[in-house]
Each structure stands twice: as C-alpha cells, then as structure tokens.
Design a protein around this ligand. Structure first.
Ligand code: FAD
Length: 337
C-alpha cells in the first residue's frame, strides 16, 4: 500500500483537530504537525482569550476537560447604546477556556493517536513540504496565503489586556459592549483566584483608530481597575477567507473559515473546519472540502454581513433601532437554520 503523508502547518485548534480527525478514521496515514513555537499551547498565540460556546453539534466532540476551563459562563450581557440584552446559558454550554491548556489537551490526544508533532519548526515556504496534502492551519495572517498572495479576506483588528485583581471581575458573566458602527469591547472573567479579566477591543477594520487609547479611555470612563499582566493584539479574519483549497493545500481555521462575524469567535470554527478537512482527507474526497465548508458556514457570513449593514443604517436613522447580535441571530438567523 502506498504511504500517504500529510503536513500540517500550525499546532493550534485547526491543525490539531485536523490531525485527530484523520487519525481517528485512518491510523495508517502519516501526519506531521509543524509548529513554529518551542512549545505547543503555552506560547504567545495561546494567550488570546478563549470565550467559547458549544452552539454547534460537532463542537461537543471537542469538549474541554476540567483543567482546560477557567470559568464557566452562565450569563452573557450585550449592550448597544442604552439597550441591554441578558442571555442565560445552560450549564456546560459556554466557557472561558484555559486556552493554552486546552491546546495541550488536544495535542496529547493527537500524540496518543500517533500524530508526529514537531515544535520549533517554522515553515518558511510551502515547497519545504512534500506531503500528499498540506493543511494550512497557520492562523491569521496565514503565512502560506501570504506567500501565495491570497491573504485578501476581510480582517478585523483587536487589542486585549489581561487585568489582575480587577474590580470588574464577575464570575460566570461575560459582557460585550458595542461601539459605534463597527466595533465592540469585551469583558470576560478569567481566573477567579486572581480576579483576572480579559478586556479587549475589536474593530471590523482598521480605520486608523488607536485601540489601546480607546480601551484606556473606556477603562477610565467606567472605573475599571486592575493590574495589567499581559497585553496582546492581533488580526481576526471575519468570515470565510477564500480560497478554501488551492492545488493540494486545504485552508482550515483562521486561514480558511475565519471567525464568526458577530463576535470574532473562531475557536469552534477552527475545530469544526479541521474536523471536516480531516474527514475529507481520510475518506479520500479532499476536493469536496470547499463545498462542505461553504454549505456549513455561508449562511452565517451572509447574516453577518446583512447585520452589519442594517445596523449601519439604523444607527444613522435612530440608534434605538439597532439590533444586538443576539436579537438578530434569534429573529432572523433562526429562519435560515
Ligand atoms: C486578541 C484575540 C482574541 C480572541 N478571542 C477569542 C475568543 O475569546 N474566542 C474565540 O472563539 N476566538 C477568539 N479569537 C479568535 C481565535 O483566536 C482564532 O479564531 C483561533 O485561534 C483560530 O485557530 P487556528 O488554529 O486557525 O489558528 P491559531 O490559533 O492562530 O494557530 C495558528 C498556529 O500556527 C502556528 N504557525 C503560524 N505560522 C507558522 C509557520 N509558518 N510554521 C509553523 N507554525 C506556524 C502558530 O504559532 C500557531 O500555533 C481571538 C483572536 C484574537 C486575535
């Protein structure tokens, strides 16, 4: 039998879920993950916040263990102008992940299945790899798409701070405050022992705003206190980032499916797209990958784009008309489920 070799660039959610999915179906396929950092999970990328909802059925396959959860979310509070929506979550459906630990949990599972994980292994050019298929799970911006000149999908910009001993730590409660037309601030509880919060700001485009300054102003206006122990910024790909496949390269996670337009959530999309890519390869229908992904995610992209545009018009007419993402998804999203 001919050996099949798969090279995966990136050892985070998308890369690991692809590897696990391949090996679960066919152990004889050789899978190598190339991760540029010296350690899986416990690196800078792993410090982005980890708010995660189990809103998709398949997500249940990737349930974090106890050690991989900082805080379970029971309440979500979304504010737009003077309108506040409070969402109650069922137990076991929404978390603030210990993202670094969760990635390690996935890596342990992958290694148990025989995946070869090579750390400190930065792929500089795609022709360094000779696998039958290459999985680009290198995140955003994707290093492979950059090399190929494909990095064109819509990207948002973010900046986040982790504050220790914060007066805004509220266990089990996540807050999102929408700003202007295109941005939002999030306040997520992190570790209860340290009363840590993740406070971040995201915009759907870089309009030349200074995100750090805006966040500091917001803290001052709202009396948010706490000692900064970590800061981080980064791009968020909003919605599908085409192409999803090029020759023998499949783009997964941020490099392919991007994040949910309403909230910037990308963890579950990364896991699900990796799962799909793995199945397509192991079951020998890789060319179907773009089609299956489009079918699964396109409705949310369309809803997201309509939502943004409708709110843009509403804000000009009367800000009271503005819909929160929750209103919108439940009122209109439900119709196209
Ligand atoms: C500030 C911020 C906060 C966020 N908060 C949330 C949140 O609360 N909830 C949520 O669901 N989503 C959040 N997201 C989005 C989420 O982080 C991503 O959607 C998710 O990490 C995508 O997973 P991925 O595996 O595709 O890519 P990543 O997690 O970005 O992993 C890419 C991996 O590839 C490696 N790599 C890159 N280039 C190379 C190379 N050339 N060679 C080898 N290895 C390489 C990197 O080191 C990294 O390990 C946030 C994003 C940002 C920027």
């Amino acid at each position: 039998m001919i050996d099949i070799n798969i090279d995966i660039v990136g050892g985070s959610f998308a890369g690991l879920s692809t590897a696990i999915s391949i090996k679960e179906i066919n152990k004889s396929i050789n899978v190598t993950i190339h991760e540029k950092h010296k350690k899986i999970g416990y690196n800078r990328e792993g410090r982005k916040c980890g708010e995660a909802h189990s809103i998709e059925e398949e997500w249940n396959k990737w349930i974090p263990d106890k050690k991989s959860i900082f805080n379970e979310l029971k309440i979500g509070e979304i504010t737009v102008g003077d309108k506040k929506t409070v969402i109650q979550r069922d137990p076991g459906t929404a978390f603030i992940l210990n993202r670094q630990e969760f990635i390690c949990q996935l890596a342990r599972n992958a290694e148990k299945l025989g995946v070869n994980i090579q750390t400190n292994d930065k792929i500089k050019a795609v022709n360094e790899l000779d696998g039958n298929f290459i999985i680009d799970a290198s995140g955003c911006p994707s290093s492979i798409k950059r090399e190929l000149g494909f990095n064109k999908g819509i990207k948002g910009v973010t900046y986040q701070q982790t504050l220790e001993d914060s007066n805004y730590f509220i266990s089990n409660t996540a807050k999102v405050i929408y700003l202007g037309s295109f941005g939002y601030i999030w306040i997520f509880p992190r570790t209860p022992e340290k009363k840590e919060i993740n406070l971040g700001i995201g915009f759907s485009n870089n309009f030349g705003y200074n995100l750090k300054e805006m966040l500091e102003k917001f803290k001052e206006e709202n009396g948010i206190k706490g000692e900064i122990n970590y800061t981080l910024g980064g791009l968020i790909p909003l919605g599908l980032q085409r192409p999803l496949m090029y020759k023998n390269i499949l783009f997964v996670g941020d490099a392919g499916v991007g994040s949910f337009i309403f909230s910037g959530q990308g963890i579950y999309r990364a896991l699900i797209s990796g799962d799909i890519a793995g199945k397509c390869i192991a079951k020998r229908y890789p060319k179907k990958y773009p089609y299956i992904i489009q079918k699964k995610f396109i409705k949310w992209d369309v809803v997201g784009k309509i939502f943004t545009n409708v709110n843009f018009v509403f804000r000009k007419i009367n800000p009271k008309l503005v819909l929160t993402s929750y209103d919108y998804v439940s009122r209109f999203g439900g119709m196209i489920h």
